[in-house]
Design a protein around this ligand. Structure first.
Ligand code: BTN
Length: 326
């Protein structure tokens, strides 16, 4: 009922009378009043005026289950939403839920992670204030070797969510880091469970630094947040909802072809490496070239000095001159 009350308040610019709320929800005035009191305790500014009713003054950066449920407008992604105050890693929890039978589209979000995981065994700083630490559980009917493309789809979705909610563009560093002013604001860690040639589940973990005010010394110059780059705080619930909405659109396009052919143009527009010099750190040694874009299956196209084109599947790409921390 809390979610519904919030939704009604959000849909109404003017006051919403207590009577109307009671009728819409089929509950007593006392019940409505109790919900209003709970919402106020959670941080909402709700004006209550005699003979007029209730009006929502603003949600600021309220980030919890009810707020998220009131703004998520997807068909599947996040419809089963698990919000935790603290967890080791949302990816770990999503995997546990997957094993227990949680449905496709389940989203796990935590206010704080005490053992957030980054790629290549690194830890991911996930303080209680200001981040979106979220994992999306999927059960796609695709081959295991197609799953790495999902990470690129997720990067696009995060970029679009930011653009829609915050009004500015961030760029993608292939394959799936998001950067703003040459520093990293978002990382994505995809984990998969397979059996024979089938996928049991995929977990896409997104760590987005939104309103984080400071980073430890070792990350200065490397990591940043939307707040640090703009001086503004952004509503994480709306941002999360916009990311999930964009995800759903892009994921549907991906599933139609099981590749990135319908997303190439959008991805290329955001690709920070495009037409830039890169150094490919491959297992067999490193080489340099110019990144020209990606293939429909997500490999980075690198034009070597001798004019030949290579397709980089995995390995580390560093971009000189533009991407300072690599
Ligand atoms: C990277 O190294 O760039 C990937 C970072 C991924 C961090 C996110 S935060 C939510 C999810 N849970 C985790 O433990 N990691 C991912």
């Amino acid at each position: 009922m809390k979610t519904e009350v919030l939704r009604y308040l959000k849909e109404t610019d003017d006051y919403l009378s207590g009577q109307e709320l009671c009728e819409r929800l089929g509950v007593s005035r006392t019940a409505v009043w109790k919900v209003i009191r709970q919402l106020t305790a959670e941080g909402y500014k709700i004006e209550a005026v005699r003979n007029r009713g209730y009006r929502l003054g603003g949600s600021g950066d309220v980030f919890q289950q009810t707020e998220l449920q009131s703004v998520i407008r997807t068909k599947t992604a996040g419809q089963n939403l698990v919000f935790l105050e603290e967890v080791d890693s949302t990816n770990n929890r999503a995997k546990q839920l997957a094993e227990a039978g949680a449905p496709d589209g389940t989203v796990v979000i935590a206010r704080q992670q005490n053992a957030g995981k980054g790629r290549r065994g690194k830890t991911w700083k996930s303080p209680a204030k200001g981040g979106i630490w979220m994992s999306l559980l999927l059960r796609p009917v695709i081959a295991p070797d197609q799953a790495s493309m999902l990470t690129l789809v997720a990067a696009l979705a995060v970029a679009e969510g930011i653009e829609k909610t915050c009004g500015f563009s961030v760029r993608i560093k292939w394959p799936n880091d998001l950067v703003l002013n040459k520093k990293k604001i978002c990382g994505i860690l995809t984990e998969m469970s397979t059996e024979m040639e089938c996928i049991n589940h995929v977990v896409i973990g997104i760590g987005l630094n939104v309103n984080i005010k400071e980073f430890p010394d070792e990350l200065n110059g490397v990591a940043t947040s939307l707040y640090l780059e703009t001086g503004k705080n952004f509503p994480r619930a709306l941002l999360t909802a916009a990311i999930l909405q964009a995800w759903e659109t892009y994921y549907e396009l991906f599933l139609q072809t099981r590749d990135l052919s319908d997303l190439l143009e959008s991805y290329h527009q955001l690709l920070v490496n495009r037409d830039k010099e890169v150094r490919v750190l491959a297992p067999g040694g490193s080489y340099e070239g110019i990144a020209r874009g990606i293939t429909a299956t997500g490999e980075l196209l690198v034009e070597k000095k001798d004019g030949t084109m290579t397709e980089v599947l995995s390995g580390e790409v560093s971009v000189r001159g533009i991407y300072d921390f690599v």
